[in-house]
Ligand binder design. Structure first.
Ligand code: CP
Ligand code: NVA
Length: 319
């Protein structure tokens, strides 16, 4: 009996050690600036290699699980295709089809999946849920969007900027609209990668205060959309009502009046400024059709780069 208890203790310690050593990607702050920089350039390289027919088997024999309790087109498709192009497999778990929807604790699910798959992507609401899952997981956990952050999106956005205009360090980026999850990840990116971020956000919809304070050398609130966009190299926006905020739509439409990215606003940006939107977009609300479908918009490259950026991320976390 004593010996058996000893064996269990060793196994428990090994599991704990594994959990402590596992790298997760819950926010852009989980990697160093140097790691982020390398990931972006590796994504560009992987994209070129894939187009040239050079195989990459970083996930050979490995499985990615996706646990999504919110809708997704880009994140789900890009991760599933990424796993396949890297020689691995993927499986999609929606709460309604798994025991999570019937109340099985996240902690137990994390321990079970840790013994069966190699990496997990989670899309959920409360950020604390993904943190709980990660703290009980001995395999890497990737944030596929929470109410607080959307770090995978920003990896692809930075890749897109670098491909079109070169290094983002020292550039000026304007965020127009809601101080939401995507905005928070842009704030972390400004801090990590050294660019200036001007935020034009209606009163009451500002980003997290503590996060803004921690990014104050790189990110600040502007008095108006025009002031934020003045001389910007890149203008970014997102939906005015995120997933889970559908009931606030009418109130938000009113509060965000004057915050649409339209040709007039873009005319204040630098002459060769780019426009980005993580998508899905609502033309006529946060952005006009002329801008999103116009020559400064790189939204399709941005969406397609989700695939390449996430391939680089999977390769990095797994190897
Ligand atoms: N941008 C983005 O994450 O899109 P999906 O919601 O379609 O995954
Ligand atoms: N802010 C949006 C992003 C969608 C990709 C949301 O959370 O719904």
């Amino acid at each position: 009996m004593e010996r058996l208890r000893g064996v269990f203790l060793i196994l428990d310690n090994l599991l704990l050690e594994n959990q402590l050593m596992t790298r997760h990607f819950l926010s852009l702050m989980d990697l160093t600036a140097d790691e982020l920089h390398k990931l972006v350039y590796r994504a560009i390289e992987l994209k070129r290699e894939f187009k040239a027919g050079v195989p990459c088997v970083a996930m050979k024999g490995k499985t990615l699980a996706l646990i999504f309790d919110k809708s997704s087109t880009r994140t789900r498709v890009s991760f599933e295709v990424a796993a396949s192009q890297l020689g691995g497999n993927s499986l999609f778990l929606s709460p309604s089809e798994s025991q999570l929807g019937r109340g099985e604790p996240l902690e137990d699910t994390a321990k079970v999946l840790s013994g069966m798959v190699d990496v997990v992507v989670i899309r959920t609401g409360g950020h604390e849920k993904i943190e709980t899952f990660a703290s009980h997981s001995s395999i890497p956990v990737i944030n596929g969007l929470t109410d607080l952050f959307h770090p995978c999106q920003i990896l692809a956005d930075i890749q897109t900027y670098v491909e079109h205009r070169g290094e983002i360090r020292g550039k000026r980026v304007a965020w127009i609209g809601d101080g939401n999850n995507v905005c928070h990840s842009w704030m972390n990116a400004a801090r990590q990668l050294g660019f200036d971020l001007q935020l034009a956000i209606p009163p009451g919809y500002e980003p997290d205060k503590a996060l803004l304070e921690s990014c104050q050398s790189q990110a600040s609130l502007s008095a108006s959309p025009v002031e934020a966009v003045e001389g910007a190299d890149l203008v970014v926006t997102d939906v005015w009502a995120s997933m889970g905020q559908e009931s606030e739509r009418t109130k938000r439409l009113k509060a965000f009046e004057g915050y649409q990215v339209d040709p007039m606003l873009m005319s204040h940006a630098s002459e060769n400024a780019l426009f980005m939107h993580c998508l899905p977009a609502y033309r006529g609300f946060e952005v006009s059709a002329e801008v999103i479908d116009g020559p400064q918009s790189v939204v399709w490259d941005e969406a397609h780069n989700r695939l390449h950026a996430q391939k680089a991320l999977l390769e990095y976390l797994l190897n």
